[in-house]
Each structure stands twice: as C-alpha cells, then as structure tokens.
Design a protein around this ligand. Sequence first.
Ligand code: NAD
Length: 321
Amino acid sequence: MQNQKPEMNNANRLEKANASPHAQVGPGRSAAHAAIIDGKAIASALCKDLKTRVDHFKARHGYAPGLAVILVGEDPASAIYVRRKGEQCRVVGMKTMEYRLHVETREETVLELIQRLNGDSAVHGILVQLPLPPHIGTRTVLAAIAPSKDVDGFHVTNAGWLAIGEPTLAPCTPWGCIRLLHTLNIPLRGERALVIGRSVIVGRPMAQLLLIEDCTVTIAHRYSENLADLCREADILVVAVGIPNLIRGDWIKPGAVVIDVGINRLQSADGTNGHRIVGDVAFDEAARVASAITPVPGGVGPMTIACLLENTLRAAEIAAS
Ligand code: NAD
C-alpha cells in the first residue's frame, strides 16, 4: 500500500497549491493562471522559525551556532551573496565570521584556513563562496572542509549520504526547492519529476531529493534530446540551466508545478546600464499552463540562504549532541 499513488489531476493540484497561504493570488488571476509560489514569504517564515530554534539552542548550550564564510577575490556578485548571508545569520541570532582573502591568495593558504576552522569549536558551518579563482582547485578546497561542517552539502561524504537516501547536510538550493513543495503541500509520491540541469550544486542533488520523495525522476542536460517532449510528461518540473526563457509555455504539462532555479541577468532593452533578472522558464507563458510556479526573482533564491542557516543550526545541533 505504501507505494500506492493517490489520483492527482490538474484541478486538485491547483486546489492544493491555492490552499497554501504562500501561493499568491494576483488581482487579475483566473483559474487559468498558476499560483505564484511566494519564496520570499516562505523563506521569511522559515527564518522566523529558525530564530526561535536558535534562541532555544543558545539557552540550552550557552553559545550561538557559528558560520564561517570564506570569500577569495572580489567578484561583485559573490561579495553581495556573502554580505547577505552574514546579515541573515545575524537576523536569526547566529554568529558569523567572514574571511575575505585577496584574489591571488595561494591554495595552501585557503586550505590552512579551512584546517584551522575545522578545529575551531565555535565554528559549526564553513562555506567557501564559489566560484574560486582559477588557480585554486574547487574540489580540493571543498574536500578539505570537515563533512560535519559542510553546510553547503558539497563534500563527497555528504553527497554520498544523499545518494544512498540519507541526507545529513543537503545542498541548500535543491533543499530549498523541496521545502517550497512541502510548504505548498504538493503531493510528490509517484509523480513524474523532470530535473533539467545536472550540476553538483543543483541538478544532481535535486534529483536525489526528489527520489527520496518517491518521485519518478528523469534528469535532462545539454545533450538530452527532445527536451520539450520530456517536459510535457513532467508533473514536477525543476529547471536549473542558466539560459533565459529556455522552457516555453507549450512545453509544460497542464497543471504541472514549475520550479525555476535559473538566475539570468538581461540587459535592459532601452540601452541604459539597467538590467533585469529572469529565470530559465518563460514565466508568463508557463503561468497560463502550470498549476503553480516560482517567480524569478522571489521564488527559489530566498530559500537558498534560509536553508544555509538551517543547515548551520543542524550542524551545531549534531555537534552538541
Ligand atoms: P551549471 O552551469 O553548473 O549547470 C547547468 C546545467 O544545465 C548543466 O548540467 C548543463 O548540462 C545543463 N544545460 C545547459 N544547456 C542546456 C540545454 N540547452 N538544455 C538542457 N540542459 C542544459 O549551472 P548551475 O550552477 O546548476 O546553475 C543553474 C542556474 O541556476 C543558473 O542560472 C544559476 O545562476 C542558478 N542558480 C540559482 C540558485 C538560487 O539560489 N536560486 C543557486 C544556484 C544556481
């Protein structure tokens, strides 16, 4: 009986998504328009809950969970991400330490810093902001982080736990996607899920997490043929590619749930220096067909930091237990 799948049609999938307080119903929205998944509100609720849990942790143990963030170089986007992570840490009452290293810092220096942080009992999570400068080996650096402090979930040990269906610290972006689906009470067992993209950061762990949720999972990538046909079979569609508007509305199965992980910066058409951020899914087209869809920005993005904080608290709880 465990694997029996409840019948799910478009109407009741839409009903489920709409029932959530986090599915935005816009003024002009009709039954033929998807629920907009409000990742910002869901992440904010998660952070509020985390603050309470961090307060309990501090009362019980007498210290705060600590996250160390290492940034090598001055990539502007990375600097913004690091700043936001620090700010959010403080909001939920965690301790944060930032290590900003010069772009020419040698790999050994980064490894020495990681070794020091591995041995520091005030540090429960270590995050190395990617991408690293080309002279530093990303795999080598990630492998140096103690798996118990690997709050990004990229260490092979944590990837291995995830691959055998027992995630301890799961990568934050895909974990955030699963949390969005859970919050909206989207049924997953037995549903057909398509993950487009197979990166170590998003696509692969996303597929593993959906498998744990008992979805029937397909992974597509740059060499996959007939992508549109694969999409048309998916009840749950997760797209993490990095190509603006790659997925068109007529590729989407009516009533599907669409999670758009892509973040693409498009130059404004007016020739100014302005830009706008779009996802990998042609949002307006898709919203006419899907039952629920994440916007970009404001969908998956806010969940990533919230899940990083949750992983840090989890790492601190495991270390304390
Ligand atoms: P990546 O470049 O490492 O991987 C992209 C994947 O897309 C690859 O597996 C590749 O095979 C696949 N791909 C490329 N072209 C394709 C095509 N035409 N058809 C099908 N598949 C194709 O990228 P990533 O790190 O996984 O990130 C993907 C996107 O998600 C980017 O836009 C990135 O900015 C975004 N992202 C967002 C968050 C967030 O917090 N919201 C976090 C990480 C990444």
